[in-house]
Each structure stands twice: as structure tokens, then as C-alpha cells.
Design a protein around this ligand. Sequence first.
Ligand code: FES
Length: 171
Amino acid sequence: MSKKEISRRTFLNYALMGTGGFLAAGMITPMIRFAIDPVLKTSAAGDKVAVGNVSDFGPEPKNVNFTLHTKDGWYESETTMSAWIRKLEDGKLLALSPVCKHLGCTVSWNSSEDFKNEYFCPCHFGRYAINGEHILNTPPTQSLDEYEVEIKDGKVYLGKIVPNPRPGVSG
Ligand code: FES
């Protein structure tokens, strides 16, 4: 076997490995999507998760973290979710998603010295009022999404995330 032939073979091996890697990447990406999708589907299907007792919540927004456990065939996963919950004037509970509607950073209640009693997003100074209404002339142009809330036997259950119908307000 000449040096030239070995060189060609080596080149062919590299080329095959490269093609194999490319094909593997093409297969793995959809597999990862497939694995993650059940989380979204379970949420969209309306499965609800208990996050506390009704008596735990008052007019001041309170942060809760909870775990969404999903199983789809052989694949099981756990996703940590978060919500800000408060009791509205009519006694109903409002549970807001902390995901900023601008570019998806995490907002938190009363976390800015300059903007008291608001949700504040530190990424680009996005601001929201107490019921998630986006404050006009700040980057977000939609109000914070909310979770579907169900009360059963004194316990609070959160379901899928839906758009918040409240319009923007002046700051
Ligand atoms: S991501 Fe929240 S203001 Fe930009």
C-alpha cells in the first residue's frame, strides 16, 4: 500500500466521520425536541399542579416555585416553574408568569428601588403593574401571561399559561 493510498483512505475516513457526525446531529436535534415537547403538551392539555392553600395568598404578590413532572413513554422529565400569585379585589387569585414579554428575562415583584410596587425586568428595565399590565413606554408591549387557576378543597392549582387580557397602563 503506497503512502498516497493511505492518505486517500484517511481522507475518506475523515469524510465519512464528518458525514456521520452531520447526520447524527440532524437526528439528535429532533429527538431532543421530541423529548422536551411533552412538557409543553402536558401543560397545554390542562394538567394542573398544586402550589399551596388559598389562605397562603393575599393582596401582595407572592412567589411560588413548583415542579412539573412529565412522562411520555420512556422519557420522564421535571421542569421547575414559577408564578407570582395574589388575591384580587373580587377574591379570585391571579397567578402571573414571571417571563418578561420583551425578550424573556425573569421579572420579580418590588425588586427595583426606583420602581416600587411594580414587577421589574432588569434586562432592559421592563416594568409591569401589579396585575401584570405592561407599563407604557417601557420595552414590553404585552402584559405578563397568567396561569389558569383552579381552587379545589382550599388548595390552589395552576394550569396552562394563557395571555393576560389586561391592556398596558401609564407608569
Ligand atoms: S427582557 Fe425584559 S425588558 Fe427586555
